[in-house]
Design a binder for this molecule. Structure first.
Ligand code: 5RP
Length: 219
């Protein structure tokens, strides 16, 4: 199976969580795009859909889904999203697509967070993937210096502005031995909007597409 097929099989398995009457949160990225293409098959089960990015909203609207705001629906029943890295503890690094802040909000508002990945995203320890940090533009250099003090190498994501009007620092070579502690520490730096570590609110269910079908961790 190639990577694309693995993403599709994880996305298809996540349809089991799109139960009758669900208020569904939809993440961002190429894996979730596979899911979005499948959502018309289960349209009648979805009572409302909330999106984590302008890109996802455009795709959903293109399929004639009316996208609700989080403020109007209250909590989300099920949030489905991809990740850039995932451990067996269901701790994640996210934000490769730059949508990490809205993704973290939807994950936080969700009763169940289902993460869909191909098996190339599975890691023993987070940190090989450069860690995305969304920062307000005037704090970019200050936050970058803080990252260097933490022994990371921050690279400004050039020509990229988030849906919230902010910048992204991709921090290379951090060893994330304690994801909970590092998430807290980076989030406390003034000017950081959010860091792409999802440890305080990990996925509840991790669906991994591999050569021999899907493997599910959590429930
Ligand atoms: C976007 C994300 C995505 O979930 C993550 O980058 C994975 O994307 P893909 O499915 O394209 O590999 O966090 O901000």
């Amino acid at each position: 199976m190639n990577q694309d097929e693995k993403k599709s099989s994880a996305a298809r398995a996540s349809l089991d969580y799109v139960v009758d009457g669900v208020v569904l949160g939809v993440g961002t990225g190429s894996t979730v795009n596979k899911l979005i293409d499948m959502l018309p098959e289960v349209r009648n089960r979805i009572s409302a859909v909330v999106s984590s990015s302008k890109a996802t909203t455009a795709l959903l609207e293109n399929l004639d889904f009316e996208v609700s705001t989080l403020n109007s629906v209250g909590d989300i029943d099920v949030y489905i999203d991809g990740a850039d890295e995932a451990t067996k503890h269901r701790h994640l690094v996210k934000g490769g697509g730059g949508a990490l802040t809205r993704e973290k909000v939807l994950a936080g508002a969700a009763r169940k967070f289902v993460c869909i990945i191909d098996d190339g995203k599975q890691v023993g320890m987070l940190g090989d993937f450069p860690l995305p940090v969304e920062v307000i533009p005037m704090a970019q250099s200050f936050v970058a210096r803080k990252m260097v003090k933490m022994r990371g190498q921050p690279i400004w994501r050039e020509n990229f502005v988030t849906d919230n009007g902010n910048h992204i620092l991709d921090v290379h070579n951090l060893s994330i031995t304690n994801p909970l502690e590092m998430e807290t520490r980076i989030n406390q730096i003034p000017g950081v909007v959010t860091v792409g570590i999802f440890a305080h609110r990990p996925a509840d269910v991790l669906i991994i597409g591999g050569d021999s079908g899907v493997r599910v961790i959590g429930k």
